[in-house]
Write a protein that binds this ligand. Sequence first.
Ligand SMILES: [Zn+2]
Length: 200
Amino acid sequence: MKPTLPIIALVAAMPAFAQETRSLGAHEHGVAALNIAIDGALVAMEFRAPGADIVGFEYAAESDADRAAITAAIGLLRAPLDLFVLPAAAGCIVTEADADLEGGMADDDHDDHDHDHDQAHDHEDDGHDDHSDEDHEAGHTEFHATYLLTCDDPEALSGISFAYFETFPNAREVEVQLITSSGAQAFEVERASPTLEFGP
Ligand SMILES: [Zn+2]
């Protein structure tokens, strides 16, 4: 029923995205991924970023401060136009936005328990940088968000300004894949130059 499904499917079918999904433990800290599909007035976006980039840690939340940081981050990630600023002339509004934390212990519904801490989990306090292929046991977490926008004037979608880097000081780079009716393009947007202009 939803006209949006094919676009979402298109994004999910992107090779890089499939790879991201499969290997949660293989992300590089500082590097996030943003996939964008533009189809007429509809814009679908999918965003993944290491927990380290967004909240500065990837262990299971241990303290109230940790949990508050995660909740706050999810709130920020649910406002995509404040992170990935689109030209005002395009007149885009967010029709759907979802964000959550994946990996580590975050997938378990421990939050509802009334005791404060769970039984001992493996925490890796030192470098998470060694990549392990153990999908959900590498101690990595990722924030994952999906967005759906509609734009009054999609022709005016000439680029994106990444306020994201200001919001999240640990973020260094966003790997962007853009799919439009004219094909797919890949970009790397870095903190030092946080603006992406879609090529002709
Ligand atoms: Zn990690």
